[in-house]
Write a protein that binds this ligand. Structure first.
Ligand code: AMP
Length: 202
C-alpha cells in the first residue's frame, strides 16, 4: 500500500506516519528528515531554504526521494510525509509510482503555531516531543535514543508563518487532485491514530 499523509506543519503527520508505518510494515519517508540529513556541500544550499521556511527546489528533492522510494526498504509500500507539497511534485510522483490512499490531517493555523513554538526534535533519531504537552522524561534528552533535543531553526514564528502560507497556497490544492480523506489532527495522538487506521483499513 502506498500512502500519502498531507497536513500543515505540526498536524502530527510525522508522528502518525512513524506509528502507522511500523504497524503496517511500510517504510516511512519524511522528505524533511531526508533533507535535514543531507551532508557535505549540498547541506549549505539545502539549509538556506529550510531555515527560512522555503521549499527546496524540485530537482533536488526528487533525486533524493526517488532513490529511497525505489529502494528495498519500501518494497511493501510506503507512507510519504511531507511530499508532494506542490501540484508539480504530485505530477512528478505520478510518474514514479501510484498512490492508493491520501490522508489529510488537519489543524488550524493557531494550533500549528502553538504546537511548533514548543516543539523539540531529537538531533539523532528525529523523535518529536513538545515541552508543554509531551515533554521528555529528562530535560533536553531524547527518551528513545538519548540524543540531544533542539528547537528547529524553522520553528521560529516568522518561519512558521511562511511555511503555513506555502501550505495553504501550494499544498492544499493537491487535496483536490486525490480522493483524500480528512482526519481531525487536533485530537490526542491515539484518537487520531484510530481515525487514520480506519481510513487505511477501508
Ligand atoms: P518538514 O520537516 O516536513 O516540516 O520540512 C522541513 C522543510 O524541508 C520544509 O520547510 C522545506 O524547506 C523542506 N522540504 C520538505 N519537504 C519538501 C518538499 N516536498 N519540497 C520542497 N521542500 C521540502
Amino acid at each position: 500500500m502506498n500512502v500519502v499523509f498531507i497536513g500543515p506543519q505540526a498536524s502530527g503527520k510525522g508522528t502518525q506516519a512513524k506509528i502507522v508505518s511500523k504497524k503496517l510494515g511500510l517504510c516511512h519517508i519524511s522528505t524533511g528528515d531526508l533533507l535535514r540529513g543531507v551532508k557535505g556541500d549540498l547541506k549549505l544550499k539545502v539549509d538556506s531554504y529550510i531555515n527560512h521556511g522555503r521549499l527546496v527546489p524540485d530537482e533536488l528533492i526528487l533525486e533524493i526521494l526517488e532513490k529511497k522510494l525505489l529502494g528495498d526498504d519500501c518494497k511493501n509500500g510506503f507512507i510519504l510525509d511531507g511530499f508532494p507539497r506542490t501540484i508539480s511534485q504530485a505530477e512528478e510522483l505520478d510518474k514514479i509510482t501510484s498512490i492508493d490512499k491520501v490522508v489529510e490531517i488537519s489543524i488550524s493555523d493557531n494550533l500549528a503555531v502553538e504546537r511548533l513554538s514548543s516543539r523539540l526534535t531529537c538531533r539523532q533519531c528525529g523523535e518529536i516531543f513538545n515541552s508543554v504537552t509531551n515533554p521528555p522524561k529528562e530535560n533536553g534528552k531524547c527518551d528513545k535514543c538519548g540524543g540531544e533535543l533542539y528547537s528547529r531553526e524553522d520553528d521560529r514564528e516568522e518561519a512558521i508563518r511562511a511555511r503555513l502560507e506555502i501550505y495553504h497556497k501550494e499544498t492544499e490544492p493537491i487535496l483536490k487532485k486525490y480522493d483524500s480523506v480528512k482526519v481531525d489532527g487536533s485530537k490526542p495522538i491515539d484518537e487520531v491514530l484510530e481515525e487514520v487506521m480506519k481510513v487505511l483499513e477501508q
